[in-house]
Write a protein that binds this ligand. Structure first.
Ligand code: 5RP
Length: 219
């Protein structure tokens, strides 16, 4: 079984959590693209989706799922998204696809975060995957210096502009033993839009594709 087949299995398993008549929060990435394919089979039953990126919006609209503005929606039952790493507490690193800020907003609106991954994403300690930080362009050097003080090695993601017009610094060599504290520290730096640590709003359900099938875990 390939990694993509495990992603696909996890993406399709998330369909069980979609309620009739609901608006679904939709994340970004290759695993979510499988979920969007699955959602197409139930599109007549849902009101629509709130999307976390221009890329997912395009994909949803192409298959005829209405995309609502987050400002029109007071609450979502579920938010379905992938992750770059997830630990045993269901804290995550996200933002490999540079959509972290909108992902965090849609996740915050949702009652339940359903994380869909293949089993290569499961880790004991977060940080082997470089931690993405979305930064206002004029703060790039300042934030870089501050991230070095926090023990990381920030690298500018060349050629990437986020959907919000900002840049991404990927922080290498962080062993993240206290995700909530680090999330607070980095978010407090002036010029940081969002850090891709999802610890204060972690996942509630983990659907993990593996060679043995999709493993389901709930908090
Ligand atoms: C995008 C993300 C994605 O969820 C994360 O990068 C996982 O992507 P994939 O499903 O392609 O492995 O956070 O910003």
């Amino acid at each position: 079984m390939t990694q993509d087949e495990m992603k696909k299995a996890a993406g399709w398993a998330a369909l069980d959590y979609v309620k009739k008549g609901s608006i679904v929060g939709v994340g970004t990435g290759s695993t979510v693209n499988h979920f969007i394919d699955a959602l197409e089979t139930r599109k007549e039953e849902i009101q629509g989706a709130v999307s976390s990126s221009v890329a997912s919006t395009k994909r949803l609209e192409e298959i005829g799922i209405p995309v609502l503005d987050a400002n029109e929606v007071s609450s979502l039952d579920i938010y379905v998204d992938g992750a770059d790493e997830i630990n045993g507490e269901y804290d995550m690193i996200k933002g490999g696809g540079a959509a972290l800020t909108r992902e965090k907003i849609v996740a915050a609106i949702a009652k339940q975060f359903i994380c869909i991954v293949d089993d290569t994403k499961q880790v004991d300690v977060l940080g082997q995957f470089p931690l993405p930080v979305e930064v206002i362009p004029m703060a790039r050097s300042f934030i870089g210096r501050e991230l070095v003080k926090l023990g990381g090695d920030p690298v500018y993601r060349e050629g990437v502009v986020t959907d919000n017009g900002n840049i991404i610094l990927d922080v290498h060599n962080m062993k993240i033993t206290k995700p909530k504290e680090l999330e607070e520290q980095i978010n407090a730096l002036p010029g940081v839009v969002t850090v891709g640590l999802f610890a204060h709003r972690g996942a509630d359900v983990l659907l993990m594709g593996s060679r043995e099938g999709v493993k389901k875990f709930e908090k």
